[in-house]
Design a protein around this ligand. Sequence first.
Ligand code: CP
Ligand code: NVA
Length: 308
Amino acid sequence: MTDFLDIHTTDQSDLQAMIAQARAMKDARAGFHKGMPDAETPLAGHMVALIFEKPSTRTRVSFDVGVRQMGGQTMVLSGNDMQLGHGETIADTARVLSRYVDLIMIRTFEETTLLEMAEHATVPVINGLTNRTHPCQIMADVMTFEEHRGPIKGKKVVWTGDGNNVCASFLHAAGQFGFDLVFAGPPTLDPEREFIEGARSKGVNVEIIRNPEEAVKGADLVVADTWVSMHDSQTTKERRHNQLRPYQVNEALMAHAKPDALFMHCLPAHREEEATSAVMDGPNSVIFDEAENRLHAQKAIMRWCLGV
Ligand code: CP
Ligand code: NVA
């Protein structure tokens, strides 16, 4: 039984094995209807709780469908509808849920909520996004890059915009999968030093380049995300937009990257803000492959957690 809390706290060879298994499971479903179970159903008899304290489309649907394809059952819980949202402690919630379910996935605000859940649950806990990180997304993104371009090791990834939770997990992945990362954004929205230093300590090159055109030069992958995350106060929106506008990913900016550079966005996107539709719907965009691969990558993550 193992928690999947973050990419940097998960063994490198286990991460690689999960990506390989995700690809194999994806291939094995070729021609299947979405609701058909996999040929093997390793989650048969398993009950999975999916807890959301923030909105979600992809995480919610991909986990739910993934569990069912593997023969398990799910319950989707909204934090607000649980006693958790009305003062019951996280520790007690974790102990109680562990009596009913075999696996817990939680999307929450504070990282401490996730860690407390993991500490007190006696079943595995998966991080479905916190204010600080979003590891399931980046597992899908690494899988997607490798499907299109081969090994991500040694490649140059450029993160544009806000140094947010998704950026943090990209930095974790840089260290674990061995790719270089350039952060292109304003100084007020830099990723936390801990994430940058963590990746550097694993021997990869992490640079901060303020000029977006210079930053994307030679990029194999350019990544954008929303300028205002779910945990950010709406009162910061105008200031953020003003600071981030120069970092919009449009065709002019992509022209400075390698000609075959991929474009990624975890979605949901605000079209014509952080990225233009011309790029999002352009030939090098793999945004819907990323969304699909959430399903396959998370199925491998769940199997790893449960050891099945
Ligand atoms: N990318 C992602 O996690 O999307 P949702 O917020 O829709 O789950
Ligand atoms: N950075 C975004 C990611 C959404 C999937 C947020 O936290 O809102």
